[in-house]
Design a protein around this ligand. Structure first.
Ligand SMILES: Nc1ncnc2c1ncn2[C@@H]1O[C@H](COP(=O)(O)OP(=O)(O)OP(=O)(O)O)[C@@H](O)[C@H]1O
Ligand SMILES: [Mg+2]
Length: 333
């Protein structure tokens, strides 16, 4: 067993992005009663070349805040984000513009992401022109995302939800990204077309070597799409592992709860490992593990200290004091 006090110090040359100790905070309240919200609390992980990394967690756990920090819509409060070895957490000006081309974001609602007054052609052509991209044409991008050419003179409202999301993806691809941060890209679409959008994203990954941070509430789709999955709770990264491994052997009590709540496991609902529901405390004054109020395995230290990060194997890490959950026969903690 590998104990690693610093989360994510798994540097390796394949990584395109290394996130170290990323923290995002928002100052709330009036100037004389300032409170600080911490939706991203010392999070570390890496994204390898062409990798699809899933990010799951319940509403308010900080998933979109991570996405917005990675795409530098938000400036992190502290921490580092190394893109090909350069810390991009606080870059500005032309450096930031270049980085933003390489790390594109696809949002949940494709309709609000598109300009309602511009045709598909105009919206895909604009980023091509912006960076002088002669490698692709509007036609080739529409073909790549599975849209027929006849649609290019249509306006967004004339398209279905799935077609709109394909236009958004084509527009992102026009900038030759290395990473696409997809924040619940299928959750507003009809159930019948969700799988086809994920297949398209997977196809683009292979054809154009683009990596993904795929954000979802849904562990089943994360497993379907991602090589690895990380789980967040209350702004903390609580577990990361290869997808099949995370589903087979979830260690963190929250991951176990999430898994027990997926449709195929609904019959196990009576055995959900939690003591009650409470929304996690995201204020900067919160201590210990954010899951402690709901956790069956809670003990004194959980409410005082941040749980240590343990690499149970070289690819499976978990932040929890209840190490009896992941102690293996013969291993030493
Ligand atoms: N710009 C902001 N200003 C203030 N608070 C914010 C801001 N952005 C996010 N938050 C707060 O941070 C917390 C985490 O929000 P975030 O949108 O990152 O969660 P999420 O995991 O994406 O949730 P969901 O699954 O509902 O999309 C929430 O309490 C949210 O209200
Ligand atoms: Mg979100």
């Amino acid at each position: 067993m590998i104990n690693n006090p610093e989360i994510g110090t798994h540097y390796d040359e394949e990584s395109v992005l290394e996130v170290e100790d990323l923290t995002v905070t928002f100052a709330m309240g009036s100037p004389w009663r300032r409170k600080v919200l911490v939706p991203v609390n010392h999070v570390s992980f890496s994204l390898k070349k062409d990798e699809a990394l899933g990010l799951v967690g319940e509403s308010g756990s900080g998933k979109s805040s991570i996405a917005k920090a990675l795409t530098r819509i938000y400036t992190p409060t502290s921490g580092e984000m190394y893109f090909h070895g350069t810390n991009v957490a606080f870059i500005r000006g032309s450096e930031l513009r270049k980085y933003r081309q390489k790390v594109q974001m696809v949002f949940q609602d494709p309709y609000s992401a598109l300009n309602p007054l511009k045709t598909v052609h105009q919206q895909v052509q604009r980023p091509l022109r912006l960076i002088g991209n002669t490698q692709y044409s509007v036609d080739s991008l529409l073909e790549a995302v599975g849209l027929s050419r006849d649609l290019q003179y249509k306006l967004p409202h004339e398209l279905s939800g799935g077609q709109r999301q394909r236009v958004v993806i084509a527009r992102a691809m026009a900038l030759n990204p290395e990473i696409i941060v997809a924040d619940e890209p299928i959750s507003m679409l009809d159930v019948s077309i969700r799988a086809s959008i994920l297949s398209l994203m997977n196809d683009l990954r292979r054809r154009y070597h683009v990596g993904y941070l795929y954000i979802t509430h849904d562990l089943a789709s994360a497993r379907f799409f991602s090589d690895r999955i990380m789980v967040m709770y209350g702004g903390h990264l609580v577990e990361i592992a290869r997808s099949a491994e995370l589903i087979r052997r979830p260690f963190h009590p929250y991951t176990q709860l999430l898994l027990a709540a997926t449709p195929s496991k609904r019959q196990q609902k009576s055995a959900l490992p939690q003591t009650g529901y409470s929304t996690p405390n995201l204020w900067s004054t919160a201590k210990g593990c954010p899951f402690a109020p709901r956790c069956l395995y809670v003990r004194g230290e959980c409410t005082i200290n941040r749980p240590p990060w343990t690499w149970v194997s070289s690819t499976h890490g978990v932040a929890c004091f209840a190490n009896e959950l992941f102690r293996q026969p013969g291993s030493q903690m």
